[in-house]
Design a protein around this ligand. Structure first.
Ligand code: HEC
Length: 138
């Protein structure tokens, strides 16, 4: 009898671990657009304003175009991509390199790259040209 209880407890413990794992995976897949917004505005836009001839608004592209952009993982105009990949600018390496001068990069330094990419993606899709709230960078 005692043996059985122990067995049951370990099954329940295993189920809890599996459920927790599943919910954090679902969370990661969705992406947190509010975190993505902070990062996009304070890191991506910061550089675009200085080096890309001006800010690049989320509403410049449709949801499908943004997803395509990350799918292809190029950075810059389709016909003349820059030397970087889209994911480079969410990498630990890039955040490390600017953390002393960029508060958002410092604050979001510990987020795994894949998660931060999902967050930025979620923000851009959330505010794309064909979204419910197309957003220009004010
Ligand atoms: C260190 C500077 C820098 C950072 C950081 C940066 N970009 Fe850029 N980005 C540029 C430059 C330069 C261009 C090229 C502008 C051109 O040649 O027309 C560009 C162009 C783009 C374009 C192309 C717009 C078009 O013409 O279709 C997109 C999309 C883009 N960036 C997205 C991002 C995203 C998303 C991030 C953040 C995760 C980011 N960029 C971070 C410098 C940067």
């Amino acid at each position: 009898m005692r043996h059985n209880m122990k067995h049951q407890k370990s099954i329940i413990a295993a189920l809890v671990v599996i459920l927790l794992g599943m919910s954090s995976m679902a969370e990661a897949a969705k992406g947190n657009w509010k975190k993505g917004r902070i990062y996009y505005r304070m890191v991506c836009t910061d550089c675009h304003a200085k080096e890309a001839g001006g800010k690049i608004s989320p509403s410049e592209k449709t949801k499908a175009e943004w997803l395509d952009y990350f799918e292809k993982n190029i950075h810059g105009p389709q016909d003349a991509p820059t030397k970087y990949t889209a994911s480079y600018f969410v990498s630990h390496e890039y955040r490390e390199s600017i953390k002393d001068t960029n508060r958002a990069a410092k604050k979001l330094l510990k987020i795994p790259e894949e998660q931060l990419l999902e967050d930025v993606k979620a923000f851009l899709v959330h505010t794309a040209k064909d979204s419910d709230q197309p957003t220009s960078c004010e």
